[in-house]
Design a binder for this molecule. Sequence first.
Ligand SMILES: Cc1cc2nc3c(=O)[nH]c(=O)nc-3n(C[C@H](O)[C@H](O)[C@H](O)COP(=O)(O)OP(=O)(O)OC[C@H]3O[C@@H](n4cnc5c(N)ncnc54)[C@H](O)[C@@H]3O)c2cc1C
Length: 384
Amino acid sequence: MIRDRATLDLLIQNIGRFVRERLVPNESLVAETDAVPEPIIAEMKRLGLFGLSIPEAYGGLGLTMEEEAEVAFVLGGTSPAFRSLIGTNNGIGSQGIILDGTAEQKAHYLPRLARGEMVAAFALTEPGSGSDAASLSTTAVRHDDHYLLNGTKRYITNAPEAGIFTVMARTDPADKSARGISAFLVERGTPGLSLGKVDRKMGQRGAHTCDVIFEDCRVPAEQLIGGREGVGFRTAMKVLDKGRLHIAAVCVGVSERMLSDALGYALERRQFGQPIAEFQLVQAMLADSKTEIYAARSMVLDAARRRDEGLDVATEAACAKLFASEMCGRVADRAVQIHGGAGYVSDYAIERFYRDVRLFRIYEGTSQIQQLVIARNMIRQAKP
Ligand SMILES: Cc1cc2nc3c(=O)[nH]c(=O)nc-3n(C[C@H](O)[C@H](O)[C@H](O)COP(=O)(O)OP(=O)(O)OC[C@H]3O[C@@H](n4cnc5c(N)ncnc54)[C@H](O)[C@@H]3O)c2cc1C
């Protein structure tokens, strides 16, 4: 749902200009230094990028899913590391509070997240539980007015920067199912919370992950999301449904950027006396990429509109994430191919993008997990 086309177009124009003039010229610097420069972070705050999907009542822009998808298409036009920095405040880091938080939790955290004064992280994955997230073993044991958390969370995006962590932990040790899991808001600096060393990754330098370790970490009882035990896994799954649509939209945007780079190169590079763009085998790679991007874009927008209508889009979000992230991998591969040897050396952005986009098929549910979600929902609906 687009609430006001003219207002959204203005926002998209501003963000598009910021991407072209400020982010694209700094891509190599971010990759070399593994950090987004402070002045750029300040500009991101001023543009409202940390609060795109946080309700207006809490100081955010309150974008609908369709509006957020259009913005994500534009943000995809540059290194995914920039998007990652604002991604958790708009997605997995804040959505648990927005969807299921108490009025006090919303009032306390959302305005600061919207302004970018605080970064939020989402801590579900553990060393022993990734795809099988419901088998997590971090525990939260209640003692009077607080819980004691013990366990380790792995690969947590923006953990080194985060001021607040949404942490899924088992409050009912007897219940090994998803119903034994609750979600907590744990502030950085809480005694017993520590961080591991920053992970060295294949790509997306400038975006950081690390372990988050809880050792008798004392969390006040009012930090239980929604004030209810046993519903934390459901909260996490709702958060991921939305997150998957956002990632699918980013995949579309990044694919458009990679294709635009590939087309530009194909028009410039000459072999056999003509631009390589004139060769039909190169044209096939361009055309297949264009077609697949269009398909993914259409899927994302359709699923986003359905979500805005209040429909359950668990299946459509998984379809969009599966198709868009796999499509993004194929486009990256073709774009490297079109660049030839230049695609394999780091003078061109495509070498970096090829590594950066590999992650989209892995996090917020691997492609195989999306397939399982889609098929399980189909089978459930088919049963009488
Ligand atoms: C850079 C990065 C950032 C991340 N950020 C976060 C974050 O902010 N918060 C967070 O909680 N997590 C985060 N993650 C974790 C991410 O979500 C997991 O890595 C992902 O869900 C896969 O889990 P796993 O790594 O344990 O792989 P595994 O679950 O061990 O999977 C390994 C392989 O087995 C396959 N597989 C597993 N089960 C099945 C099955 N039933 N059927 C078929 N195939 C199967 C998988 O598809 C995969 O190919 C991040 C990871 C990375 C790398």
